[in-house]
Design a protein around this ligand. Structure first.
Ligand code: ZN
Length: 435
């Protein structure tokens, strides 16, 4: 199902549209947008009501600029509306069911059609092929999925998908005393790339190091997704596996896709989505704020101006790689991945605190009230007093006297229920955070 006809058609199309000019891309986006709007109006009860209440018709939304006529879609609205978000004309037999991972406590029910599924994977494979990797070559995946029974005590801790030449590894069984089975499986095949959560690949390196072993690298690249790729993680992955790391930003709602270019910028896959930014910070070079995403491909469940919960720093200058599509310098985790200082300033990009701190294996920031934060740290053996002093110095450089910082040394940092790593856990209530 996964690599069926819609996938191949869209991949072929995307590899041709890679050569489009900015104007051609815009025309394509607007064409796809108009088709989506017609579906939303005709077949999605929630959107029909929105259009009727605003006295709008599909013809009123002709381009990305017209989207401002429609309201922003919040996650809680999607949760509340339930099946009224679904395309009622799509028969059950053609619906593919899914859900969000619920890292913030709410899990949304989702449906996709086959075209959307194909398009999502086509954006992934266009990126991989750009960096010399190809379909039907061996690759290893380290993600949150349960691939072998949780109570299984002995190897193998992976499952092999022969048709797609993919070996899926279990994260739940990865420990210093099981890691050699993983490394042996990685040595067994000529893997072109590894893919997965940054924290999962990092856990492999960590478990291997504790066992005194070095994991073999793939021949071409590492592809990360699903979590913010932190500076220290990128550094550790590139050092350990000796290949470049390329990140992709997408979401389970299939309403956005950004892929990293050789210059390190995140480029919007304009054929797949339209994004807007609610500006919080703006100057001559960048505009930064929450992302609003419109997914152009999923007619089973349209997401239009959806506040996905992440903050992007969009560049106003063109990228030197030559790709004319919109580019972001950074997409920072969820908006709850910020901390609040005593004086009410919101600070993000906290992974910069750990820049060049090679003796820190993992770190996580916890905040439960403004002006105070705790940093959990997993130390490497060489960690010493000088490192602690350097870290506290960095904190005071960035936050001055406006933050009390407590360090908490731990053996490991737990993942959430979906197996994902969270760099910042901010439990200050929303109302207070945005006050
Ligand atoms: Zn670029």
């Amino acid at each position: 199902v996964r690599l069926g006809k819609p996938f191949w058609e869209e991949l072929r199309f995307l590899e041709a549209s890679t050569r489009y000019s900015a104007a051609e891309l815009e025309e394509l986006q607007n064409d796809r947008l108009r088709k989506l709007i017609v579906t939303a109006y005709r077949n999605v009860p929630y959107y029909r009501d929105i259009f009727d209440n605003l006295k709008l018709e599909p013809g009123d939304i002709r381009s990305a600029a017209d989207l401002a006529k429609l309201p922003v879609l919040e996650k809680r609205t999607v949760a509340h509306e339930g099946e009224r978000m679904f395309n009622r004309a799509l028969p059950e037999s053609q619906r593919i069911h899914g859900h969000t991972s619920g890292s913030t406590g709410t899990s949304l029910r989702l449906i996709y059609d086959h075209v959307a599924m194909g398009a999502e994977f086509a954006t992934v494979w266009r990126m991989r092929r750009r960096y010399g990797c190809d379909i039907n070559r061996w690759h290893a995946t380290f993600a949150g999925r349960v691939v072998v029974p949780l109570d299984q005590a002995g190897p193998p801790f992976h499952r092999t998908n022969y048709p797609q030449r993919q070996v899926l590894f279990s994260l739940y069984h990865l420990k210093p005393d099981t890691v050699e089975h993983y490394l042996r499986a990685l040595q067994k095949r000529p893997f072109e790339f590894y893919s997965g959560y940054p924290s999962s690949l990092d856990a492999l390196i960590g478990a291997a190091a504790k066992a005194g072993l070095t994991p073999p690298g793939p021949s071409k690249a590492i592809f990360t997704s699903s979590e913010s790729l932190l500076l220290w993680q990128r550094r550790q992955l590139e050092e350990a596996f000796r290949v470049p790391v390329y990140d992709r930003y997408g979401c389970a709602e299939f309403c956005v896709s950004f892929t990293v270019c050789p210059q390190g910028r995140y480029h919007l896959d304009s054929e797949f989505s339209i994004t807007e930014v609610e500006p919080l910070v703006e100057n001559a070079d960048i505009v930064q704020g929450p992302l609003l995403c419109t997914g152009l491909m999923n007619h089973a469940m349209p997401f239009i101006r959806y506040r996905v919960g992440d903050v992007a720093t969009i560049a106003k200058t063109p990228c030197s790689c030559g790709n004319p599509s919109l580019s972001a310098l950074a997409i920072d985790g969820r908006s709850e991945d910020f901390v609040l200082t005593h004086d009410g300033v919101r600070l993000g990009r906290l992974d910069h605190l750990f820049k060049d701190m090679y003796a820190i294996r993992e770190s996580q920031i916890l905040q439960d009230r403004p002006g105070r934060m705790k940093i959990r740290i997993v130390r490497a053996p060489e960690y010493g007093m000088a490192d602690e002093e350097q870290l506290l110095r960095e904190c005071s450089k960035r936050m001055g006297g406006n933050m009390d910082v407590e360090l908490d040394y731990v053996d490991s940092i737990p993942r959430n229920a979906a197996g994902k790593f969270r760099a910042v856990i901010n439990t200050i209530p929303d109302a207070q955070r945005y006050a």
